[in-house]
Write a protein that binds this ligand. Structure first.
Ligand code: ADE
Ligand code: ZN
Length: 326
């Protein structure tokens, strides 16, 4: 148990964290009360988020997000999220932020939201010693035209804090290539790329992400394991997987952590990293993920050091930031 405590306390890097998905339920409840917004069907009796399956999760997520109405709300959210991350030993995190929720895709409004978020991030860096960077994210089920607006927002704010462009949302809608224009725009603006793939759909979706969007990291990607030739391609191309084991188990992608392919992917040479996705939704934290991996697969400090190294190398920040935090 001393061993587990040591593992929970290790310094961590988190690459896959949705900013609204990291909102503590009490924070969302508080904002709803302040603004007199009724949130029906968002919480269970114990005050946690309530949902039955992935599509329902997405709708509860969007309902909870609807109380975040101003740059100041996002600044407060950023502070709350970073406090939680820091408590879990996270020293560097990248978070997904959607212009769709921050100003409705309008570039000027987005810049105001981003400014507020960044100020909160800078304050947390000073007070908590945690570094945050942003990945502008389009939402797959909002469609390609909306994604282009997000990409434009991303391109207009690309720099030392907005370091990447990505896509989340319902993987069962449309195809990766429908979003190629948005990803091309972001790449041309100098942004690094990641997309959710191989969480709900199988290996072909992961292959499409590599071929059609030319991403260098994949959100989840775990179902690539169903095609070992593709797994070897991930290894050859050095594609990094942002694996969120607790999320996958909570949403029912796998029945238990022992059946999750993270260890088999790692053993085959894939660059795997560990994140929480939407921690309060899935009743997890980075320390919980580390503990579960140590207990289930016997991961020791050496394995976690390898995970930290892989994560640091795969981070989208500049070299100077990487050296300063890791
Ligand atoms: N948005 C927030 N969490 C997500 C997930 N696990 N998959 C896709 N989109 C998401
Ligand atoms: Zn995600």
């Amino acid at each position: 148990e001393e061993r587990i405590a040591a593992i929970r306390g290790l310094p961590k890097v988190e690459l896959h964290l949705h900013i609204e998905g990291a909102a503590p339920p009490a924070f969302i409840r508080g904002l709803a009360q302040e603004k007199n917004v009724r949130l029906d069907g968002v919480f269970d009796e114990r005050g946690g988020y309530a949902f039955t399956d992935f599509v329902h999760f997405l709708s509860v997520y969007e309902a909870a997000t609807s109380v975040l109405k101003s740059p100041e709300d996002y600044a407060r959210l950023t502070t709350a999220v970073l406090e939680e991350c820091a408590e879990n030993g996270v020293v560097y995190a990248e978070t997904f932020i959607s212009p769709d929720f921050c100003g409705g895709g309008d570039v000027g409004a987005w810049q105001e939201y981003l400014h507020a978020i960044r100020e909160a991030s800078d304050r947390a860096e000073t007070s908590l010693g945690i570094t945050l960077r942003g990945i502008v994210t389009c939402v797959r089920h909002f469609g390609p035209e909306t994604a282009k607006r997000s990409a434009l927002c991303a391109a207009e704010t690309a720099g030392d804090w907005i370091v990447g462009f990505g896509m989340g949302g319902d993987e069962n809608q449309g195809k990766q290539r429908d979003f190629a224009y948005a990803f091309d725009m972001a790449r041309e603006a100098g942004l690094r790329l990641t997309t959710h793939a191989g969480e709900w759909r199988g290996p072909r979706e992961v292959e499409d992400a590599i071929t059609d969007l030319r991403i260098e990291r994949i959100g989840h990607g775990v179902r690539a394991y169903e095609d070992l030739a593709l797994v070897d391609k991930l290894v050859e191309n050095g594609i990094v997987l942002e694996v969120c084991p607790g999320s996958n188990v909570n949403l029912g992608v796998y029945p238990s952590l022992s059946r999750h392919p993270i260890e088999r992917l790692r053993e085959r040479g894939v660059k795997v990293t560990v994140s929480t996705d939407d921690p309060p939704f899935f009743h997890t934290t980075m320390a919980d993920e580390y503990e579960a991996l140590a207990r289930t697969f016997g991961w020791d400090e050496e394995v976690f050091a390898e995970i930290a190294r892989t994560s640091a190398e795969a981070a989208f920040c500049d070299e100077e930031t990487r050296k300063a935090v890791m």
